[in-house]
Design a protein around this ligand. Structure first.
Ligand SMILES: Nc1ncnc2c1ncn2[C@@H]1O[C@H](COP(=O)(O)OP(=O)(O)OP(=O)(O)O)[C@@H](O)[C@H]1O
Length: 252
């Protein structure tokens, strides 16, 4: 479980997060939704310790972020931030290999090579393994970054807008894989997602944020309703059903 207690955050004089208090359940796929500027990425970055905590407490699988050494935390949680900029003169396989660093500290063994090969395969990157990052498409680079996080092989996986740049088939493939990681292999995933129907189809738990606060949280059935979504996004939203799950309709 990830527990978040009394988290406030401000940049300069601007308050970005206000008294966030929630739990992200273990063994579930949690989707963080909400309008632009709601504070989703900021919260993700705080959980992933990419940003220093200004107040409150966050624990990940019992590890207090304030006191856990980085090497230890890197074996518990992998985080993929937004707009990850990495040297383009790096080969895909080298990027994915970075995910193994917390395990081998520079001396990769057979298990590390296996995990890298599996992650490349899982994201259909094997044929591109030796290409440089500036020789592949945006969606392929996005898949390579996700593969790096997967290769880290941690109980928790945090992904900020991993569906960015992915075509429909790869987006669906990623969601199926994340769902499989959670439901067949006992991992826990938290992801920021804008395309609400991916949350509707695959999430077990949804946290809806607006104006730096949590507006609603719970199962897709409780959060992905017409009233919650219309208020969340300040636009009229209709919700139908498909395969016994909500299906959000946002046509004119
Ligand atoms: N470095 C910064 N300096 C000043 N304000 C910032 C900075 N980074 C983020 N903000 C502000 O903090 C608020 C929350 O941003 P955040 O990126 O967490 O939102 P988000 O919900 O992830 O949005 P999006 O869906 O657009 O990615 C926004 O109002 C944003 O303008």
């Amino acid at each position: 479980m990830i527990t978040i207690e009394g988290v406030n955050h401000q940049i300069g004089a601007v308050r970005i997060l206000h008294g966030i208090r929630t739990k992200l359940p273990e063994g579930r796929l949690t989707a963080l939704i909400g309008p632009n500027g709601a504070g989703k990425s900021t919260l993700m970055r705080l959980i992933g310790r990419l940003e220093a905590l200004q107040s409150g407490q966050i624990t990940v699988a019992g590890h207090d972020l304030a006191t856990t050494p980085t090497g230890e935390l890197a074996k518990v949680m992998a985080i993929l931030g937004q707009n990850t900029a990495i040297a383009s003169r790096l080969r895909v396989t080298e990027l994915v290999g970075f995910g193994r660093w917390p395990h081998h500290h520079g001396r990769p063994g057979p298990e590390d090579r296996d995990k890298i090969a599996q992650a490349l395969e899982a994201f259909a990157l094997t044929p591109l393994a030796n290409r440089f990052l500036d020789e592949i498409s945006g969606g392929q680079a996005q898949r390579a970054h996700i593969a790096m996080s997967l290769a880290q092989d941690t109980p928790w996986l945090l992904l900020d807008e991993p569906l960015n740049n992915l075509d429909m088939a790869h987006a669906r493939g990623l969601m199926t894989q994340l769902s499989d990681l959670v439901h067949a292999r006992g991992r826990s995933v938290a992801m920021v997602v804008h395309e609400i129907n991916y949350a509707a189809a695959w999430a077990d738990h949804v946290i809806a944020m607006k104006d730096g606060q949590i507006m609603a949280e719970g199962g897709p059935e409780t959060v992905l309703t017409e009233s919650v979504l219309s208020e969340l996004y300040d636009t009229h939203v209709r919700v139908g059903r498909h395969r016994d799950r909500p299906l959000v309709l946002h046509h004119a």
